[in-house]
Design a protein around this ligand. Structure first.
Ligand code: MOS
Length: 726
C-alpha cells in the first residue's frame, strides 16, 4: 500500500508542538555574544557622523561597528532578491531603518540598550516615495511583450475593433511577509571554518552568499537550518544580520547571535512592492476576447534590484489573438523589495480576475462562462502546449459543488438580515518547473532509513514528503524513515522557492531510494555472511527474499555486521522545450458585507486544485488553506502604510499591520483533482505552495461587488471603501 496520495501526519509535528524543534535563534554555542542592529532614522541621505562613545562604554559592550568602523565585507556578486550592497560598507542611507551600526555585547539586552545610545548625524534629503516616484522617477525596466494576429498592425487597432471594450486600473499596496519566526543568525568560527545557524529558504543560498561576502571558500562554511518558522519569500535573500553576525564573530573570536526585532524585520528584511495595473480587454458580442493588455507598474527599492513583473500573468491566462503587456518600475527610498508568495502573480491575478468579472457584467454573461469561452488550450502568448491542464474541470466541478449555478446574475440581490451577501470566483494558475536535485538514502541495521538533502521545510510539509516518497520505494512504514533537511553538508537539493520543492526533490528522493535498494540487494548477494550469498533475490516491503527465506534489511545488515548502506541519487533538471508547465485551480467564495458598517466578512470558501499528483493530501490541503488565508489578508486587511514625508513604514509591526486571525477565516474546503502530470516527472507532481493565493483577492473583490454593487479596485478592500455605498 503506497503512502502517496494519502493523508499523513507531519513527521516533524510532535517536535514542533512540544517546542523541541530547534530554530536558528535556539542555538547557544559556548561563549556566545549578542549583536543588535542600529538603524537609520532618516529615509534618504548620508551619515555624516556617529557618536558611539556612550554605547561603547555601556555595560557588557564588546564592539560597536559602523560605516566609520566597519566589518569588512566584499560586494555581493550574485542576485538574491535582497540588498544590492552588504551592510555598513558605505555611508549612504537608502531607506528608513537601514542598518548603520551593529553593537555586540555579552547579552541581548545589553546590546539592545547600547544600540539606543548610538547617535548618528545625517545630511538629509527628501526621500523618494510613491507620490514623488510617480511623477519623477518612472523607469521602464523590461521590453513590452506583444503578440498580434496576422494582419493586425498595432494593439490599439485590435482593441478599438472590439464590439465591447473595457479598461480599468487596479492597485495594490506594499505588503509584508509576516512569518512568525523573526530573522535570526548564529555564527561560530573554529579556526577558519564557519558554522552558521540561520533562517533561510535554502542553506545553499547562505553558503554562496557568505562565501562571496566574507571572501572564504564555500567548503569552509557549514550552514544549518533544520526548522524555519515561515518564509513566504522573505527568507530567500540573506539580510543584514547574516553577514554581520559572521564577520563580528570572526573579529571578536566569539560566536555571535543576531536576532532582528519585529520592527527591524519590517524595515530590513524585504517586502512586496506596491503595484498598479491598467488592464484593457476587448471582445466580440458573444464574449470572445480579441485583445488583452496589461500595463504593469511595480515599486522598486533604491537599495535593491527586484520588482514585481505584475503584468506577466496576463500573458498566460486567457486566449486572445492580440496580447500586450508592459512593465514600468518606480524606484523609491524603501528597504529592498523582494519575492513574496506568488510574486507578480498574486497581484497580477487580482487585476485580471477583477477585470474579467467586470467584463462579464458588461456582457451580461456568467463569469465562469466567460472564462470557459476564452479557455487557453495552449499558452496564449507562445502557442506552446500545456503538459497537463484540467482547469476547466476545476471550474465545472467547483461551480457544481459550491452551488454557483443558483447565483443571481445581478449584484446586490441577496440580503440576509443586516448583511448583503455575494459570491465570487477567481482563477488560480502558477508556474511549475523541475530543477536538478540530489538526495541520499541510508538504510540502517535497526530497520530504519534516513533520507537527506539540503532542502528546507518552512512549515510546508517537505520533511513529510521526503519520508513518504522514501518509504514508498523502500516498502516500509513512513514512521521508519527519518528525513534530514537544512544541512549544507547534505547532497544539494532544491531550495524552498517558486513552489519547486516537491516537484524537484520528490523525484530525487525516489532515485536515491531506488539506489539504496540496489545497494542492499548487492550486500545480500555478495557479502559472505549473508544467507543470500550468491543467490537470486527479490526486494519487497523492506525485506530481501529468496526461495522460502525472507529477511528484513535491518536483520540482514545486522547479520552481515554492516552498520548501514547508502546511496546518493540525482534527478536531472527537466528540459522540455515543447511544453509549458503550470498548476491550476479555481476559487469560489461567499462574502457578506454589513449594511450599516460596511464590514466585509468572508463566510464560505471552496478551492479546486489541479496540480498533478498530490503526495500528502493532508499537508497539501494545509498549504492551499494557508495560501487562501494569506490571500484573504491581501484582499481585506494587509497594507504597509508608507509615511510620505519620512519614507518610514508607519505600521511596520504586528500590532498595526493587520493579518487575518482565526475569526476572519471561514472553513476552507480544498478539493484536489487527481491527474498526475506525466511530463513533469515520473512522480507527476507539480507545485502547490503559491498556487493557492493566486486568484483569491480577485474572487473576494468579485464577491464584494456581487454583494454590494461596489467595485473596489484598490486593495485592501476595507470598510471605508464600502461605507458610502452600503
Ligand atoms: Mo517564494 S515567494 O517562491 O520564495
Amino acid at each position: 500500500m503506497t503512502p502517496i496520495g494519502k493523508s499523513v501526519d507531519r513527521v516533524d509535528g510532535r517536535l514542533k508542538v512540544t517546542g523541541a524543534a530547534p530554530y536558528a535563534a535556539d542555538n547557544n554555542p559556548p561563549g556566545l555574544a549578542y549583536g543588535y542592529l542600529v538603524t537609520s532614522t532618516v529615509g534618504r541621505g548620508v551619515v555624516t557622523g556617529m557618536d558611539t562613545a556612550a554605547a561603547a562604554a555601556s555595560p557588557g559592550v564588546l564592539a560597536v561597528y559602523t560605516p566609520f568602523n566597519p566589518l569588512k565585507l566584499f560586494a555581493y556578486g550574485q542576485e538574491q532578491n535582497d540588498e544590492r550592497i552588504p551592510p555598513l560598507q558605505d555611508k549612504e542611507v537608502r531607506y528608513f531603518g537601514q542598518p548603520i551600526g551593529f553593537v555586540v555585547a555579552e547579552s541581548f539586552e545589553q546590546a539592545r540598550d547600547a544600540a539606543t545610545l548610538v547617535r548618528a548625524t545625517y545630511e538629509q534629503q527628501p526621500p523618494v516615495t510613491a507620490a514623488l516616484a510617480a511623477t519623477h522617477v518612472e523607469q521602464t525596466d523590461e521590453q513590452p511583450d506583444t503578440v498580434l494576429a496576422d494582419g493586425v498592425s498595432s494593439f490599439a487597432q485590435a482593441f478599438n475593433a472590439g464590439d465591447v471594450t473595457f479598461t480599468a486600473t487596479y492597485s495594490t499596496p506594499v505588503q509584508h511577509h509576516c512569518a512568525m519566526e523573526p530573522h535570526a543568525t548564529v555564527a561560530a568560527w573554529n579556526g577558519d571554518h564557519l558554522t552558521v545557524y540561520t533562517v533561510t529558504q535554502g542553506v545553499v543560498l547562505v553558503v554562496r552568499r557568505l562565501s562571496e561576502t566574507l571572501g572564504i571558500d564555500a567548503a569552509k562554511i557549514h550552514v544549518f537550518s533544520p526548522h524555519v518558522g515561515g518564509g513566504f519569500g522573505g527568507k530567500w535573500g540573506n539580510w543584514a544580520q547574516v553577514p554581520l553576525a559572521c564577520a563580528a564573530a570572526k573579529a571578536l573570536g566569539r560566536p555571535v547571535k543576531a536576532v532582528l526585532s519585529r520592527e527591524q524585520v519590517f524595515a530590513v528584511a524585504g517586502h512586496r512592492p506596491m503595484t498598479k495595473q491598467t488592464i484593457s480587454l476587448a471582445c466580440t458580442a458573444d464574449g470572445t476576447l480579441t485583445a488583452i493588455s496589461n500595463d504593469g507598474v511595480s515599486g522598486k527599492s533604491l537599495a535593491g534590484n527586484w520588482s514585481e513583473s505584475v503584468a506577466n500573468w496576463t500573458l498566460t491566462t486567457y486566449a486572445s489573438p492580440n496580447i500586450r503587456t508592459s512593465k514600468t518600475t518606480m524606484p523609491m527610498n524603501l528597504g529592498a523589495a523582494t519575492v513574496m508568495r506568488a510574486p507578480g502573480e498574486a497581484n497580477g491575478s487580482f487585476a485580471l480576475e477583477s477585470a474579467m468579472d467586470e467584463l462579464a457584467g458588461q456582457l451580461g454573461m456568467d463569469p465562469i462562462a466567460l472564462r470557459l469561452k476564452n479557455y487557453a488550450t495552449v499558452v496564449p502568448n507562445t502557442g506552446k502546449a500545456w503538459s497537463s491542464k484540467h482547469l476547466d474541470e476545476c471550474y465545472r466541478r467547483g461551480a457544481e459543488e459550491f452551488g454557483w449555478n443558483a447565483r443571481p446574475a445581478k449584484p446586490r440581490a441577496t440580503v440576509e438580515g443586516d448583511w448583503l451577501v455575494g459570491t465570487g470566483m477567481g482563477t488560480a494558475t502558477y508556474g511549475a518547473s523541475r530543477g536538478q536535485a540530489s538526495t541520499k538514502v541510508r538504510l540502517h541495521a535497526d530497520g530504519t532509513a534516513t533520507v537527506s538533502g539540503t532542502a528546507a521545510d518552512l512549515g510546508t510539509g517537505q520533511y513529510t514528503v521526503f519520508a513518504i516518497l522514501a518509504a514508498d520505494v523502500l516498502g516500509i512504514p513512513v514512521t521508519r524513515v527519518r528525513p534530514e533537511l537544512g544541512d549544507s553538508a547534505s547532497p544539494t537539493a532544491a531550495n524552498a522557492g517558486g513552489s519547486n520543492s516537491t516537484c524537484t526533490n520528490g523525484p530525487a528522493v525516489q532515485v536515491a531510494a531506488q539506489a539504496a535498494r540496489a545497494e542492499i540487494v548487492k550486500l545480500a548477494t555478495t557479502n559472505e555472511k549473508s544467507p543470500f550469498y550468491g543467490k537470486e533475490v527479490v526486494y519487497r516491503d523492506g525485506s530481501i527474499s529468496s526461495g522460502g527465506l525472507t529477511m528484513s534489511f535491518g536483520t540482514l545488515l545486522t547479520t552481515c555486521d554492516v552498520g548501514s548502506v547508502e546511496a546518493v541519487g540525482t534527478s536531472p533538471k527537466l528540459t522540455d522545450p515543447d511544453h509549458a508547465f503550470r498548476s491550476f485551480g479555481a476559487h469560489f467564495c461567499e462574502v457578506r458585507v454589513h449594511r450599516w458598517t460596511g464590514e466585509p466578512r468572508v463566510t464560505r470558501w471552496l478551492t479546486y486544485v489541479d496540480a498533478g499528483t498530490i503526495v500528502n493530501v493532508k499537508a497539501a490541503r494545509s498549504q492551499i488553506q494557508g495560501a487562501v488565508v494569506m490571500g484573504i489578508g491581501q484582499a481585506l486587511l494587509e497594507a504597509t502604510e508608507v509615511d510620505q514625508a519620512t519614507a518610514r513604514f508607519a505600521n511596520g509591526n504586528l500590532g498595526s499591520y493587520l493579518v487575518p486571525v482565526h475569526a476572519d477565516i471561514p472553513p476552507i474546503d480544498v478539493r484536489f483533482l487527481d491527474h498526475p502530470d506525466p511530463l513533469i516527472s515520473g512522480l507527476g507532481a507539480r507545485g502547490i505552495g503559491e498556487l493557492g493565493i493566486v486568484g483569491v483577492a480577485g474572487a473576494i473583490a468579485n464577491a464584494v461587488y456581487h454583494a454590494t454593487g461596489v467595485r473596489v479596485r484598490e486593495l485592501p478592500i476595507t470598510l471605508e471603501k464600502l461605507l458610502d455605498a452600503v
